[in-house]
Design a protein around this ligand. Structure first.
Ligand code: AMP
Length: 214
């Protein structure tokens, strides 16, 4: 499988990436998740990324492309293929990705644009919580963990992301419209785009994606 999940923050890319990754045995590469791990490990890249992420802005293209290229070249990713979640987010990143994949002889199969109205997205993001270890996603109302504050999957603490605050959410939606909406057009132009109604239950969305890829 070699696909991209694209869409505004909170539309369900992370949830679908995790479902597809675990059920299909494919590596899910989430640029946001990789940045968060770098921040936690206090690396130079993490410190740089933090400055942008905390304001809801995009991390510069150069370091983002380099980081994702490194992951895509790893032998285990080349073996299973990939699900990209959160990358590319600019046309420059999409161009670079085309070159990287041509070089690896791993052409994209399909790009899924997950679509939902802003009100729904803001509601989802406002109660969102994530596991600090395995990245599993919860929601205070729609999907609370069985034991408050702890992950059902690995029992590690779950937290609210610092960029899931109302001000930052609005900025992330603006950044999506300005920088990432053109990326969707880019893939439509290549004839490999599928639009998916992401207002539905995660399992329904999953079925749609799988029916197109298998
Ligand atoms: P996400 O977990 O995908 O919502 O990403 C969280 C934050 O990480 C974003 O708001 C950006 O600041 C940064 N980020 C993630 N992916 C990218 C990317 N492809 N390009 C630039 N910044 C990114």
């Amino acid at each position: 499988m070699r696909i991209i999940l694209i869409g505004p923050p909170g539309v369900g890319k992370g949830t679908q990436g995790a479902l597809l990754g675990s059920r299909k045995g494919v590596h899910t590469l989430s640029s946001g998740e990789i940045f968060r791990r770098e921040i936690e490990a206090q690396t130079d890249l993490g410190r740089l990324a933090q400055r942008y992420i905390s304001h809801g802005e995009l991390v510069p293209n150069g370091v983002t492309i380099e980081m994702m290229a490194k992951r895509l070249r790893e032998p285990e990713v080349r073996k299973t293929g990939f699900i990209l979640d959160g990358f590319p987010r600019t046309v420059k990143q999409a161009d670079a990705l085309q070159e990287i994949l041509a070089d690896l002889e791993m052409p994209l199969q399909r790009v899924f644009s997950l679509v939902a109205p802003d009100e729904l997205i803001v509601g989802r993001l406002s109660g969102r919580m994530g596991c600090t270890k395995c990245g599993a996603i919860y929601h205070s109302i729609n999907k609370p963990p069985t034991r408050e504050g702890y992950c059902d999957v690995c029992n590690s603490p779950i937290v609210v992301r610092s960029d899931d605050q109302p001000e930052t959410i609005r900025e992330r939606l603006r950044v999506f419209r300005e920088n990432t909406a053109p990326v969707i057009e880019f893939y439509a132009g290549l004839g490999i785009l599928s639009k998916v109604d992401a207002t539905r239950d995660a399992e329904e969305v999953y079925k749609d994606i799988v029916s197109v890829t298998s």
